[in-house]
Design a protein around this ligand. Sequence first.
Ligand code: HEC
Length: 467
Amino acid sequence: MRRLIFARMIGSVLLGLLGASALAQQNGVELDFDYFKNEVQPVFLVKRDGNIRCIQCHTRSSGFRIQALEEHRLFFTEEQSRMNFESASQFVLPGADPLQSRFLTHALAVAAGGDPFHGGGKHFPSQDDPEWRIMADWVAGATHRRTPSDVVVRIIQTNAAGDNSSIIDPVTNEIVGEITDIEIPHGIVGAPDGSQIYITNESMHSLDIVDSRTLRVKRRIPLSGRPNNVAVTSDGSKVYVAIMQMPGAVDIIDVASMTKIKTLPVNGAIHNVYVTPDSRYAVAGSIQTRTINVIDTATDEVVWELEMDAGIRPMTFSTNADGSTKSIFVQLSGFHGFAVVDFARQAEVARVEHPAVPGQEAHYDGLQGAPAHGLGVSPDGKTVWSTSKVYSHAYIYSLPELEPLGRVFVGQHPEWVTFTPDGKTAYIGAAGDNVTYAVDVEKMEVVAVIPVGQVPKRVATVLMAVD
Ligand code: HEC
């Protein structure tokens, strides 16, 4: 029936092109709704440089019609997805040569095999374009995304005052890509399998899922409030989002269904949430109530709380030989250093204050209450790194002794720290210089200063799928 409507609409021109073989093929291939809903529809919502989003024009179209998003909705409802599916299907010959589907040729560049004219312009320069491939795979009958052929290590630097996040190749220390279309990106973490990246979006109050292969936002999941940092379990199944609004909550996202399954009330607005290295706990810190909330990831309930004497800033963890959590290192409001919390005893056991750096000008302007705001334990578990905005250095201590090993200049207002998985290089965003420092961990020497965007803060090591 639908094929008949399609044939009438497009008329004899296309029928002439079709030929008998294409018509036969289409009988064997069925278009998959879930794949269309979750993978193809995001292409209609995404802003591509120099283009208008498909949805801006096609809600008014009499031919290919995209349903308008309801007010305050970030994605289509199930019913709307069905309608979009029906509409798009009319311009598709399932299983046929992709260049016989108007749905695929209209926004494809002429030189790449696209048809001569689309009132909405050309969006895809080649048939290798990852977004065009998502659409073409649907037409070919795909039911899920193709498994990535390979993954690579990348460092992603979010730019707190920019509209972009910069992707660094740690082999060359060059910028190799950019994630755009997220204003006020805050926290960032990668899916363990490299398929996608999670970024909290403070302007839209959403968790944005970015496809590693297209670098486009694939889904924006509405949150219960303004988010800050984000964490993922090591099996990739759940994402925890810090909600930075009183009375305080951690939103829990189920990755498979891309839905928020719980808003867990906690003690205080949450700045940072982490998952411990063994994934047994999520640990959420509040600046306002000075409280660390420890959540059991099996039950998603708070199992213990610890109130400190100052607001909870960045945290990181050391582990016991069996992988369980030994200590939480925690930076505190107004303290130039960090505290050590014994995880088993649920108590503070030590405090380390960073000494002044002789000859280094001290900065007290724009500290935002956090003189030290970046912590990381090296992958071998032998050192802990803490950055100082006051003295523009990263301070390095041995573990478990906490003996000072050295320090390295890492620019004005250094922020977060991340390490390559082999532990050889540390990356630190210098918010005041719009660069990311790459530091040789063993030698404690800067090996590269990489220009990024405006006010780089959070930095993360992720795996990213390559097509
Ligand atoms: C600037 C507005 C605009 C944008 C953006 C736009 N289109 Fe269009 N599109 C049109 C207009 C106008 C037509 C009808 C004229 C034509 O066929 O070119 C059309 C036609 C089409 C058709 C053929 C429908 C028919 O009735 O024959 C398809 C398929 C299509 N667009 C897909 C897309 C896709 C996919 C995107 C995003 C990647 C997109 N368009 C973005 C304006 C737009």
